[in-house]
Design a protein around this ligand. Structure first.
Ligand SMILES: C=C(NCc1c(COP(=O)(O)O)cnc(C)c1O)C(=O)O
Length: 362
């Protein structure tokens, strides 16, 4: 793709790299391959570009979007909104985004820069209350001529985008990369680990991998403490309803696109902000990957699963491939206290101490 002229920015959605996380794997004593799907390299900066592009193009094919008339309205934690705003900028639709107050200023700035109107809503509002980002979007859709909610929480094109783009990219990379003596590979995706917000990513990836590639792949879902997506429900009792800082994953309802069919998500883990941000630090410091908070949630879930009774066999299997979905990048969170603390308040390294002692000498 990078060696041809693209019609517009939407041509640069997806086709993201699958990157070895060898230093983290070594630090954790893993024999398996730990592979990160780095979604921040997509044109809009996240995995959600894919569903935004597919939902808009499907709505156009179905005659639901009319240039110069339609106003796309979407409730979002930000990234789907950015993908939609990018698509609407290219295609000439107006767009209104409703987004909870918790979400970063960086996402709001990107949305506004792309031409979207942004309406903030109370983070604590229940999903089905008129004050929530979903409730406000529905009210605006009723009142604004040409208003249409493409609805990532119900739209089949959400999970289909991952079943037919993200999934095949992962499979092709794993199958197409030869096994060598120094980098052995089973040639299949043995484990997939992903967080869940709408659940479209994990549902689509599970279907892509289990239907067309490896029906025995273990799919691990990561759900923040405070959210209710994990199964069995008993996992959600501790800390139910508590607020968490990581953006993009977890909800107080189960979106339609998150399949509850047996065999879609084989096991769920609960994640905390603390372990998520520690995992972000590892991805930055050890692997040079400038990822966002939910990438840390996925990695911390993967590392915890690999230490569990269920995962330890794979952990010690040379050539087994464990794929971790890394949904977005630090661009969305640069002014967030959790990141500034990590980046600017770290303990001075021995090198930093050496530098200051040199420079203090008159
Ligand atoms: C639901 C939205 N985002 C999902 C998301 C997810 C979860 O992806 P899902 O496919 O929605 O489950 C993980 N990480 C980040 C940073 C995300 O933005 C949204 O942007 O509206």
């Amino acid at each position: 793709m990078s060696r041809q002229i693209l019609d517009n920015a939407l041509g640069a959605v997806g086709n993201t790299p699958l990157v070895r996380l060898d230093k983290i794997a070594a630090q954790e004593g893993l024999q398996c391959n730990l592979l990160g799907k780095v979604e921040y390299t997509s044109a809009g900066g996240s995995v959600k570009d894919r569903i935004a592009k597919r939902m808009v193009e499907a709505a156009e094919r179905e005659g639901k979007l009319k240039p110069g008339h339609s106003v796309v309205i979407e409730p979002t934690s930000g990234n789907t909104g950015i993908g939609l705003a990018m698509a609407c900028a290219v295609k000439g639709y107006s767009v209104i985004i409703t987004m909870p107050n918790k979400m970063s200023l960086e996402k709001e700035a990107a949305l506004r820069a792309l031409g979207a109107e942004v309406v903030r809503t109370p983070t604590e509002a229940a999903w089905d209350s008129p004050e929530s980002h979903i409730g406000v979007a529905q009210r605006l859709q009723k009142e604004i001529p040409g208003g249409i909610i493409l609805d990532q929480y119900r739209n089949v094109n959400n999970s289909l985008a991952h079943e037919f783009s993200t999934g095949p990219e992962i499979i092709e990379a794993v199958v197409g990369t030869p096994s060598t003596s120094t980098k052995p590979s089973s040639g299949i995706v043995d484990v997939l680990v992903a967080g869940a917000g709408t659940g479209g990513t994990i549902t689509g990836l599970s279907r892509a991998i289990k239907k067309a590639h490896n029906p025995r792949c273990t799919v691990v879902g990561v759900d923040p403490v405070g959210s209710i997506l994990a199964q069995p429900e008993g996992l959600n009792t501790e800390g139910e309803g508590s607020q968490y800082i990581v953006e993009g994953i977890g909800y107080d309802f189960v979106p339609d696109v998150l399949s509850r069919e047996p065999g879609t998500v084989d096991t769920w883990l609960k994640s905390t902000d603390e372990e998520s941000f520690e995992a972000v630090r590892k991805l930055m410091r050890l692997e040079g990957l400038l990822v966002g908070g939910s990438s840390g949630s996925s990695l911390s879930g993967a590392l915890r699963w690999l230490k569990s009774d269920e995962g330890k066999k794979i952990a010690q299997t040379k050539g087994a491939n464990v794929v971790v979905l890394l949904p977005d990048g630090i661009r969305n969170y640069m002014s967030k206290p959790w990141f500034l603390k990590m980046a600017l308040e770290a303990e001075p390294s021995p090198l930093a101490q050496r530098i200051s002692s040199i420079l203090q000498q008159s």
